[in-house]
Ligand binder design. Structure first.
Ligand code: 8YV
Length: 328
């Protein structure tokens, strides 16, 4: 009898085939976003879950699904999973770090360029047929090269963005992180640790790449936006909820900062209605890791974790490895 698992959302057929070779797979083939009750129902008797950031693994779910042993998230971020509750119940949780670092950093930089150089706003203008003549100040933005790049959250993706800024665009890179990086990591990036207030005051372009938690909720709100330069741009490729979207929409409308680029939103896929009507914002639907190669690598890594976690192997990227050490 093979081990029963749930693949909560549609995935690549190749990944599904691999999982089917090891497990009895229940698959959400039509890719419906399951309600919490539907997810719990679909998980009954299942030992493994391949989840995405959309599935919430909380205490209620864990208590209602006592057979569950491994939750493999197809995402590097895991704020959808209550890790302490998993650990307490001996449930292994895994994520997909590294494979998406460079792809996500590319996108963060693309969003920064699009925001600073007003690409979405000018494209909409052109599509609306409003381009009648050239003028000297038409869609003038701010330079990215040579500017000060501020990075809030300096993990793997933050460092990959710093490298692009320092080496590719000659930027001065400052960052803020709970813990300062070792000097040998900072040096090749040309990155300098500053306190959060200095970061907000000095950055020409501020990019957010920190994980979401109760602690990082609304890290950028009214007070932080007030410290930023009126010419500054803000980019969020981290998680919705890190920015107070209502406060940001107000700051953009009143031009207290110049522009923003957002790939993630509070309560997504819903987007704060005020962000949809301000012109100086570039909006994308949580696609920073979305290249074919990277999404394949994420799916494969999630499958590797699920297979190893349920068959006594060594999962490549456990979040709570103490569960493995403790033996289950
Ligand atoms: C995912 C992400 O696409 O990895 C993450 O944390 O935000 C994205 O790469 C998304 O979470 C869906 O799983």
């Amino acid at each position: 009898m093979s081990i029963p698992v749930l693949v909560a959302r549609a995935v690549f057929p190749q990944t599904l085939e691999r999982l089917r070779a090891s497990f009895d797979v229940r698959h959400n083939a039509d890719d419906t976003v399951l309600s919490q009750d539907q997810l719990i129902e679909a998980l009954q008797g299942r030992q493994g879950l391949l989840a995405t950031g959309s599935e919430k693994v909380d205490e209620r779910l864990l208590d209602a699904c006592p057979k569950l042993r491994v939750v493999a998230n197809m995402a590097v971020g895991y704020n959808n999973i209550d890790i302490a509750a998993c650990t307490e119940r001996g449930v292994l949780a895994t994520n997909t770090p590294d494979v998406l670092t460079e792809t996500t950093a590319d996108f963060g930089f693309a969003l920064l360029l699009a925001t600073a150089r007003r690409m979405a706003e000018s494209e909409h203008f052109l599509r609306r047929g409003e381009w009648k003549k050239w003028s000297y100040d038409m869609f003038t933005g701010s330079d990215v090269h040579g500017a000060t790049l501020g990075i809030l959250g300096m993990g793997r993706i933050g460092q990959a963005i710093a490298r692009r800024g320092a080496l590719g665009f000659g930027m001065r890179v400052i960052y803020h992180n709970r813990s300062r990086l070792p000097e040998e990591t900072e040096l090749p990036l040309g990155a300098r640790w500053v306190d959060k207030e200095t970061l907000l005051r000095d950055a020409d372009h501020l990019i957010l790449v920190l994980p979401y938690s109760a602690e990082s909720h609304h890290s950028i709100g009214e007070a932080e936006l007030a410290l930023m330069k009126p010419t500054a741009t803000l980019v969020n490729v981290a998680r919705g909820g890190i920015v107070d979207d209502a406060a940001l929409a107000r700051a953009l409308r009143e031009q207290r900062i110049a522009a923003a680029g957002l790939d993630v939103f509070e309560g997504e896929p819903r987007v704060h209605p005020d962000l949809l009507t301000v012109p100086n914002v570039v909006l994308t639907p949580h696609i920073a890791s979305a290249t074919v190669a990277t999404r394949r690598a994420m799916a494969e890594l999630a499958a590797d974790n699920l297979i190893a976690g349920l068959t006594g192997g060594r999962p490549p990227s456990p979040i709570n490895p103490e569960v493995l050490r403790r033996g289950r």
